[in-house]
Design a protein around this ligand. Structure first.
Ligand SMILES: Cc1ncc(COP(=O)(O)O)c(C=O)c1O
Length: 352
């Protein structure tokens, strides 16, 4: 299928760019002997998860059990679930996954460990549990290196569980904080008799600084495969490294200064990521996606009045690629300007 046959709005993935991003990241991790465990929340496509594994990733990361179930059903054999799992229904699903694949999870409190132990007490082999640490990201995670010892003790004493190490999702620019926190925690755990088989960190903005925290043995990245405007403005990638574009059609030009496209918040999302506007328009540096309603996008043409006409098609690099993947049932995989696959976004909407 040729590009001009695609109905808009549509999400296009340039496979050559995505594969280049996969390889560059893998090469970097190989060079620094860091295991790579990509987060599939960015693409939600088994095909690309497999491409990441084929390039050398040790396994994948998922945030939700539903995502992990989709990936396991598609043949992915090693999954880290970076989420506190609570409640009998979810624990039963987790147990089923554990029976099928090499599964590990994270936890940051005793209540979660209690639930995991109850669900896994009679498992044939123990569930690997990493302690989540808050190294400055202000999300989940134990608050100090000292707190890891209590949880490691609890894991070791819990039927059906095995202490597997430490995990963090730091804030951007937090590499030094990760190194300090994890080094101290690792030392305290060693004194208490616990070995950290894995210490896992992540985040695309600081991917190429991962080696500056040598305590880290594994790195989890999601956005790097597609890149987006949030990484572009940080200088973490170039426009040519952005693999995901939203293709949209100009449906109205109410004034020379304003054009309206058929992509609104239901495809570009309202995720601003602290940025002004909703994306970068390829080939039109003077135009901006200035406002969105659900199905309409406003293009500010005031710096180049009249530069768009009804029927024109534009490509937008969104602020945040991962949330855009979650908005569409299918994406168009492109190679050399042609669609070679219309791929179902199999893990789309898997938030449970
Ligand atoms: C736990 C965890 N690990 C890794 C990542 C990957 O981050 P990025 O998309 O910046 O590569 C995320 C992103 O949300 C995450 O939540």
């Amino acid at each position: 299928m040729l590009l001009d046959k695609i109905e808009t709005p549509a999400v296009l993935i340039d496979i050559e760019v995505a594969e280049r991003n996969i390889q560059a990241c893998q090469d970097y991790c190989d060079e620094h002997k860091i295991a790579l465990r990509p987060h599939i929340k960015t693409h939600k496509l088994p095909r690309l998860a497999q491409a990441q594994i084929d390039a050398g990733a040790t396994g994948i990361t998922c945030q939700k059990i539903g995502e992990a179930e989709v990936m396991a059903a598609a043949g992915i054999k090693d999954i880290l679930l970076t989420y506190n799992i609570l409640g009998p229904a979810k624990l039963a699903r987790l147990r089923r996954l554990h029976d099928e694949i090499k599964l590990s999870v994270t936890a940051d409190n005793l209540a979660v460990l209690e639930g995991l132990s109850e669900a896994f007490a009679d498992a044939d082999w123990p569930l690997a549990v990493l302690i989540e640490c808050d190294t400055g990201g202000n999300r989940c995670g134990v608050q100090s290196p000292q707190n890891t010892v209590e949880l490691a003790e609890q894991i070791s004493q819990s039927m059906g569980l095995r202490f597997a190490g430490l995990m963090t999702y730091p804030k951007a620019g937090g590499t030094a904080d990760v190194q300090a926190f994890m080094t101290e925690a690792k030392g305290l755990l060693a004194e208490a008799g616990y070995d950290c088989a894995t210490i896992s960190s992540g985040g695309s903005p600081d991917l190429h600084q991962a080696h500056l925290a040598p305590v880290i043995k594994e790195y989890r990245v999601g956005t790097y495969i597609y890149n987006d405007r949030s990484l572009l403005v940080r200088g973490a990638c170039g426009l040519d490294d952005c693999a995901l574009h939203v293709l949209a059609t100009v449906i109205s030009t109410p004034t020379p200064e304003r054009a309206i496209i058929d992509a609104g918040s239901k495809i570009l999302t309202t995720d601003l990521f602290g940025l002004g506007g909703h994306g970068v328009i390829i080939g039109h540096p003077l135009l901006a996606v200035s406002a969105l309603s659900e199905e309409h996008g406003n293009i500010d043409c005031s710096r180049a009045p009249g530069s768009l006409a009804v029927g024109d098609r534009i490509r937008v690099v969104p602020n945040h690629a991962c949330v855009v993947s979650n908005m569409v049932d299918q994406v168009y995989l492109m190679d050399d300007g042609k669609v070679f696959s219309v791929e179902a976004v199999a893990a789309r909407g898997m938030v449970v």
